[in-house]
Design a protein around this ligand. Structure first.
Ligand code: ADP
Ligand code: ASP
Ligand code: MG
Length: 729
């Protein structure tokens, strides 16, 4: 026999149910047990209705009507509308459900037991609707109530299975050869007195595994909406890869650390009987999916060091600290005892070797009772100053890298932590499973998506690095940069393994952001259609998005833009500037920005400040790195001056040559910056500083050839005064 389980999306509506049915009605499954979840989203809605009712929020009626309509629509579409039998079943169930919720509303109380009763309707309804549909197409099957077979204790919401009783019941009914297919609701069970219990959120997978284990099934197939277990959650990481084979232990580790594709307890019953678990995609039934089995060598086809990355949110860290703890045994025992008595599940443990502190990660929902329990257990030590009251830190997540092969590879943690560090992700705690099958790190919730992506890139996409580029200033040069990036993107990807993504563009009035990458063929119109915004809005967005390998590119000549470099570097965002203002600002500021770049491991690059595209600053840096000392530099540093000196021979006015230089794009918007020498001074200073000199603008002598009166007034006035001074030129 096989046991198949179809999840919420597989039975979300009539169309999907038909797809699901077309899979399990195949010849090869004729002797199977099929377990189904509630229609996608229904369990959440049922909980919401019950909770609303318990806090006297009349909205629960609306929610129940919405759920009812969802089911009615499904029946009407699946089975002709005149099939009153199926509709009647749905309606009767909703009458009962509404009565229960009214009771909750009137009492203003929702016990875990009642909550289980309410959510059980989700799986009962979905399975009964599918059963009606099977009858309507004359498919021979038998609907069975899982509650009669799966017996648990009375831990409502997350009940523990009594395997002895359960296996016996299942075995006696299903192990005889049947020529019929059984259809069963997932998730629900009952205690010894027959009261409905549930197996925990996501528990339909577990229902299927319990059936499979009891009848010693050939295969356990979990049908869902992804083509198997992936190297990370596909909702977060774009370039995920399928894991074709994995071991029970690896799969258990991945799911315990948040890979929602399989509910963690599911693996145990299958592992005990050595039943292979398949994860298959209802919407792509021919895709291979994932096979989970005992074979620890199963993943040898892949040469990756790790198998996958997963994450858990809503984590809090509890730290017990105090000088009185050193060397005294029993502290940890008392801590864990206090937590266990309150049924607080400990997800991660770290203890510093100085024995000064023990730190545990728990679900945030458990924090209040954990704090109370621990502070009570240590009240004497706290009162006598030996131990501090328990320190709680919320809004955290855990990211874990998982793999059986980890123990044979060195350097995994090094790679993990340096990848996180390079991206400015602060690590609050670290733990390594003694099985050496996982390394986990506690990070801020706001960093977790980035962390998963950074690690995925480091371990699975090492051949390709994605850059998120944010460009401020899209005038002449910025425009050209964008088209150059567009033109070279294929070359950069193929030859340098760099995937360029222009994620943000800004001019002085507007900003355009697209996390999937801006379409570089029509960005002008898109940018023009955005509302007014400032450079601070732009940098706030960059910080908020918190994307990996972010690069801020300043292609403006603006002091306002130069002022944000510090804010970027402090978040490990690289800065690339052709804007000369920062590198030629007061020496202290130049050093400050360079130090931030070192401290936060984010490059600050400004090669084009001098010599346009020529590698001058880089060459200078390399000379110094290799031990040379710079004695002297000779340079012609101004394109404008070059042009003017090459073209002026007194046959036409000086002003005319300058105008030509401006028209051809050589000059700054105000040509006096070039002709008056300021631009050359900036470049000299940048070169001198990069050569190791501490110099300021005042240290540079500028023998300007422009008469003083040329500096007065506007650019127009400048052209007039040049004509007046033709004799001088
Ligand atoms: P079902 O309702 O079928 O039980 P779930 O939503 O519980 O489906 O689980 C499937 C989802 O698990 C996928 O859609 C995917 O978003 C998520 N998921 C998280 N981590 C992984 C992973 N490592 N591999 C595949 N899917 C994952
Ligand atoms: N319907 C239940 C839930 O949403 C069980 C499941 O789908 O596996 O948690
Ligand atoms: Mg699930």
């Amino acid at each position: 026999m096989n046991v198949l389980k179809f999840g919420g999306t597989s039975v979300a509506n009539a169309t999907n149910i038909k797809l699901t049915v077309s899979i399990f009605t195949q010849e090869k499954y004729q002797n199977s047990i099929v377990v189904v979840s509630a229609l996608s989203g229904v369990t959440d809605l049922l909980i919401q209705a019950a909770v609303d009712a318990s806090i006297s929020n009349g909205k629960y009626i609306e929610t129940l009507n919405h759920i009812e309509q969802k089911h009615i629509d499904c029946v009407v579409e699946l089975i002709a509308a005149n099939n009153t039998e199926a509709l009647k079943t749905v309606q009767e169930n909703f009458i009962e459900l509404k009565n229960i919720c009214e009771g909750i509303y009137r009492l203003g109380e929702l016990t875990a037991r009642t909550k289980d009763k309410v959510v059980s309707f989700g799986e009962l309804l979905s399975s009964k609707i599918i059963s009606s549909y099977l009858s309507s197409i004359n498919f021979k099957h038998q609907w069975v109530d899982s509650r009669e077979f799966i017996i648990t204790d009375s831990s409502f919401g997350n009940a523990n299975v009594d395997f002895e009783k359960t296996n016996l019941k299942i075995h006696s009914t299903f192990s005889i050869q049947h020529s019929t297919l059984f259809l069963a609701p997932g998730f629900i069970s009952s205690n010894e007195s027959g009261v409905t219990t549930t197996l925990g959120r996501g528990g339909s997978d577990y229902t299927a595994a319990i059936f499979a284990g009891a009848i010693n099934a050939e295969n356990l197939e979990i049908w869902t909406d992804v083509s198997g277990m992936m190297t990370a959650d596909p909702r977060w990481v774009v370039n995920v890869k399928n894991i074709p084979h994995t071991s029970y232990k690896e799969a258990m580790e991945l799911s315990h650390f948040g890979a929602k594709v399989i509910y963690p307890p599911t693996i145990q019953p299958a592992m005990q009987k050595n039943i292979p678990i398949w994860i298959k995609n209802t919407f792509e039934p021919n895709a291979y999916g994932t096979r989970i089995s005992a074979n620890t060598e199963s993943n040898t086809t892949s040469d990756e060091m790790i198998t996958g990355i997963s994450s858990i949110n809503h984590i809090s860290l509890l730290s017990l600290e105090g000088s009185g703890m050193v060397g005294i045994p029993g502290f940890s025992k008392r801590l864990f005892e206090a937590l266990a008595l309150e049924k607080v599940n400990v997800i991660l443990i770290t203890q510093s070797s100085s024995e000064h502190s023990i730190c545990v990660g728990v679900n945030t929902v458990d924090v209040e009772k954990a704090k109370k329990a621990v502070d009570t257990a240590f009240d004497y030590e706290i009162a006598t100053g030996k131990v501090e009251p328990l320190v709680v830190e919320k809004d955290l997540s855990i990211v874990a890298v998982v793999g059986d092969k980890m123990k044979n590879h060195q350097g995994i943690s090094g790679k993990m932590f340096s990848a996180l560090g390079r991206n400015g992700i602060n690590i609050r705690g670290i733990a390594q499973g003694s099985s050496e099958r996982n390394i986990s790190a506690v990070v801020a919730y706001s960093d977790v998506k980035k962390a998963v992506n950074v690690l995925h890139e480091a371990f699975f996409e090492s051949s390709k690095k994605q850059l998120n580029i944010f460009i401020a200033g899209v005038g002449n040069v910025g425009n050209k940069l964008v088209s150059q990036l567009q033109q070279q993107s294929e070359y950069l990807l193929n030859q340098l393994n760099i995937q360029i993504k222009v994620t943000g563009l800004a001019n002085s009035k507007q900003i355009l952001i697209n996390e999937d990458g801006i379409d570089l063929t029509n960005w002008q119109e898109k940018l023009a259609a955005t509302p007014q915004a400032t450079i601070d809005d732009f940098t706030d967005e960059i910080v908020k998005r918190n994307l990996r390998n972010s690069v801020f590119v300043d292609v403006s000549a603006s002091a306002v833009v130069a002022a944000v470099y510090g804010k970027m570097l402090e978040r490990s965002i690289a800065v690339v500037a052709c804007n000369k203002i920062t590198a030629s600002s007061a020496y202290d500021n130049y050093v400050h920005i360079k130090n931030l770049s070192k401290e936060f491991n984010a490059p600050f690059l400004f090669e084009t400040n001098v010599g346009a595209g020529l590698p001058i600053i880089d060459t200078l840096n390399n000379l110094i790195k290799s031990g040379d000392k710079i004695h002297k530099m000779q340079a012609v540093l101004s394109g404008t001056l070059n042009f003017v000196f090459n073209n002026y021979d007194a046959t036409k006015p000086f002003a005319e040559v300058v105008k030509q230089a401006q028209d051809e794009g050589y000059t700054e918007p105000d040509p006096r910056l070039d002709l008056g020498g300021t631009d050359v001074m900036r470049k000299i200073m940048i070169l001198a500083r990069e050569a190791g000199e501490k110099i300021e603008m005042e240290d540079i002598a500028n023998n300007s050839f422009l008469p003083q009166e040329c500096f007065d007034g506007s650019v127009d006035d400048f052209y007039k005064s040049m004509l007046k001074n033709e004799e001088h030129f």
